[in-house]
Ligand binder design. Sequence first.
Ligand SMILES: O=C1O[C@H](COP(=O)(O)O)[C@@H](O)[C@H](O)[C@H]1O
Length: 223
Amino acid sequence: MELIEYPDGEMMMIDLAGKLASELRQCLLNHDHASFAVPGGTTPGPVFDNLCSANLDWSRVHVMLTDERWVPETSERSNTRLLRQRLLTDRAAEAVYVPLYADAPTPEDKLADLQEALKPELPLSLVLLGMGADMHTASIFPGADQLDLALNGTDTLVAMRAPGAPEPRITLSAKVLREAMSRHIVIVGREKREALELANGLSPAEAPVAAILPGTIVHWAES
Ligand SMILES: O=C1O[C@H](COP(=O)(O)O)[C@@H](O)[C@H](O)[C@H]1O
């Protein structure tokens, strides 16, 4: 893992958006499209605000989430809602959106269909991830019912429930995240920095983020 420390969060979000844009441009030079997975939650909004106006051929960028909470887009908890409001706007409105949610009572109802739709996107070109203070990344949570499948299985997507997650989740598996061509994590705050350092010495079963740290660039700012 490589750790980049920034003097402040605003600078980090601008710099990281620039790095992601330049990786996407580079990828589009050599491929017909780029598959780009991004997190939800509270952290990535400002990265999206800076990235959505980047000058690149967004019509050849396929954007998807690393994980989704199984709630409709009308919910404040919907990661898709965040993505539509903050990333798939301005120039990035031209991007192709690959959904990780469909209207059905449980993620298991749509798992096979969503997984099928992801096939042409693999391996992912570029992944941006978040991390919780409990050391989960995407929706791979410690103590989750399908943790072993998400960490060690060969499926692309895993549906799961976890003590730390208020609703059912669907998540890209550790295998898909590890096989991505390029991987970044963005975190803010002392608590998450300490969690990251702790995770570095733990097993993925204890600290799921540890499963994808090797080869990952972590971007951190204190506030
Ligand atoms: O629930 C989630 O949590 C993680 C971390 O979120 P944050 O609010 O602490 O930044 C996020 O990366 C993931 O996509 C999301 O579904």
